[in-house]
Design a protein around this ligand. Structure first.
Ligand SMILES: [Zn+2]
Ligand SMILES: [Zn+2]
Length: 248
């Protein structure tokens, strides 16, 4: 994760899900000892949206039309949880966006060749922007890779059905990234869960670190126990003093 001040006002936090087809097994093996139970909101959601926020996002024109409903599905999965205290994400249509990895301009979704942006192994990158003085999130940028290939035949699957072999499920990756947009950027895991217990099999946590064995699956479309309890802690019990309740 990269953090920096921008104009003295903003903190930039980035997160990506990586393909890491060759290296991921090593990475997971090295980090498998990470505890599965210590998912403090103060670590995973060290910056948060104000309670009860409506967060509108826009699509940069290059985002293919067919991608947009799948990306919206990913956001819908996270929207308005924790009795509505967690952010409610709403698509606002198409708009010319700027600064895909920074905090200038409007919250939105980009479509770029991430290899040309020095994110060669990433399927998507989400950057959160926080108010530097109050540590509350105010916008995000999310970039989907236009060339998600680490070998012949690997591409996006864009749809709601079963995912063919050698395709990355766009809805799954969008759901994962929407969890970062909700505020899961923090800690040494970059907002990711680690370890074989939480991150293997079809019911793995959506916010698990990227793994090559989810290619050809829709494992990440649904939120699981640890995705949910961490979000609940962030936007309910543990929220003060970081979060400010909106007036009712
Ligand atoms: Zn991630
Ligand atoms: Zn947990």
């Amino acid at each position: 994760m990269a953090s920096s001040a921008l104009g003295g006002l903003l903190v930039i936090r980035r997160c990506c899900i990586a393909l890491l087809v060759g290296a991921n097994a090593v990475l997971v093996a090295l980090l498998v000892a990470a505890p599965g139970s210590a998912h403090a909101a103060s670590v995973f959601y060290s910056v948060r949206w104000d309670l009860d926020r409506n967060v509108r996002y826009y699509f940069d024109p290059p985002v293919p039309d067919a991608f947009r409903p799948e990306i919206n599905d990913g956001f819908d999965t996270w929207s308005d949880l924790v009795d509505g205290h967690a952010p409610n994400f709403n698509p606002g249509g198409e708009e010319q966006l700027s600064d895909p990895f920074g905090c200038e301009g409007t919250t939105g979704i980009f479509y770029r060749n991430l290899a040309n942006d020095d994110y060669g192994n990433a399927l998507a990158v989400t950057t959160g922007c926080a108010d530097y003085t109050q540590s509350n999130l105010i916008k995000f940028k999310m970039v989907f890779d236009s060339h998600p290939s680490l070998g012949p035949g690997i591409d996006w699957y864009v749809g709601d059905g079963n995912v063919p072999d050698n395709r990355w499920d766009l809805q799954s990756i969008a759901t994962h990234e929407a969890g970062h947009a909700a505020g899961s950027y923090g800690g040494g895991h970059h907002g990711h869960f680690l370890g074989a217990t939480l991150c293997s099999g079809s019911d793995r946590q959506t916010l698990c670190v990227g793994s090559a064995d989810s290619v050809g699956t829709k494992y990440l479309r649904t939120l699981e126990e640890h995705d949910l309890h961490t979000l609940e802690d962030a936007y309910e019990t543990s929220c003060p003093p970081l979060c400010k309740a909106a007036p009712h």
